[in-house]
Design a protein around this ligand. Structure first.
Ligand code: FAD
Ligand code: FES
Length: 280
């Protein structure tokens, strides 16, 4: 049965594939034509999972890919998932043909910064943050965008650099940073971003979107505010409902701005840095 919830769908869809990507990561491909055709990069779905006898609350996941292409013809959506607890463990056990209960699309799409032709858009990701950034790049490619966009991915070590090959296959300029120096830049991804910014001509217009774990997001926020950069950050706060009803995901706004709190699930999850509190 299809139930509309605040302009989103709730339905059961068929799992087509579950690919083990190693290191606790897996990719789910789900046949969901009505939902897939409405989703834009940065939006997420809430997945209802059964863990043994326990029915857990829904868990939020960014949409990683849409096939055959993003847009009205999309029939299949993919999630890139890291197994971290009971809900994601139950999802990893799913097999082709199993039903997957989804609610979505939720949240606002990632913005398209208004950049001059000589501008550079940085897409900075770490951990599960690579998922929405990949769909964002897929959208740019399928729209034939000529925007100079560069993906910077960070991880502790090369074996944890998830999704790198997929970006390279798209033809996106991709750089990586590893804390242990096992691949790419030796250091964290925000230091890599800093060095890339230093390499640009001062007059080059720059914008960016970041999506990663809390520490990466905080370092990106500090850098963007410090350098007065036109950046957005996508947050991954806990989301009990996902559609604005429970206020379990709120963040405070900077002093002097109204309203005092905003719900990450409906007003976000992506916010311009000047609308974020200084401590995330
Ligand atoms: C908007 C949004 C998009 C997301 N997209 C993805 C995605 O594309 N792929 C993916 O694998 N995960 C994604 N997540 C995170 C995912 O929702 C959680 O990992 C999942 O809910 C964990 O459920 P669990 O029952 O397996 O583990 P739990 O038992 O609920 O948690 C296991 C561990 O993970 C930590 N954790 C759980 N949720 C979060 C969170 N939101 N932020 C930080 N730490 C958390 C807990 O503190 C705990 O240590 C996203 C979260 C949000 C809010
Ligand atoms: S998760 Fe319930 S209001 Fe955001």
């Amino acid at each position: 049965m299809k139930m509309p919830v605040a302009k989103c769908l709730v339905d059961s869809y068929e799992l087509k594939a579950n690919e083990d990507l190693g290191e606790g990561w897996f990719r789910l491909d789900i046949h969901a034509p009505e939902m897939a055709s409405k989703i834009r990069a940065g939006q997420f779905v809430q997945v209802r999972v059964d863990a043994g006898d326990t029915l857990l609350i829904r868990r939020p996941f960014s949409v990683y890919d849409l096939n055959p292409a993003p847009g009205a013809d999309a029939t299949e959506l993919s999630l890139l998932v890291q197994n971290v607890g009971p809900g994601t463990h139950a999802m990893q056990e799913l097999r082709p043909g199993d039903p997957v209960d989804l609610m979505g699309p939720l949240g606002r799409p990632m913005p398209r910064p208004d950049l001059a032709a000589d501008g550079v858009l940085f897409l900075v990701g770490g951990g599960i943050g690579v998922a929405p950034l990949y769909l964002y790049c897929r959208e740019l490619v399928s729209e034939g965008s000529t925007l100079d966009h560069r993906v910077l991915l960070g991880a502790r070590s090369s074996s944890l650099l998830i999704g790198l090959e997929a970006f390279e296959k798209l033809g996106t300029t991709t750089h990586c940073a590893t804390d242990d120096g096992s691949d790419g830049y030796s250091g964290n991804v925000i230091d890599l971003l800093s060095s890339q910014l230093d390499g640009l001509d001062e007059s080059t217009p720059v914008a960016g979107i970041g999506c990663g774990p809390h520490g990466m997001n905080q370092a990106l926020l500090d850098l963007a505010i410090g350098r007065d950069l036109h950046f957005w950050i996508s947050l991954e706060n806990y989301m009990p409902c996902g559609f604005g009803a429970c206020f379990g995901c709120v963040i405070p706004t900077p002093e002097g701005q109204e309203p005092r709190y905003r719900r990450v699930c409906v007003e976000g999850p992506c916010f311009p840095v000047n609308e974020l509190p200084s401590r995330l």
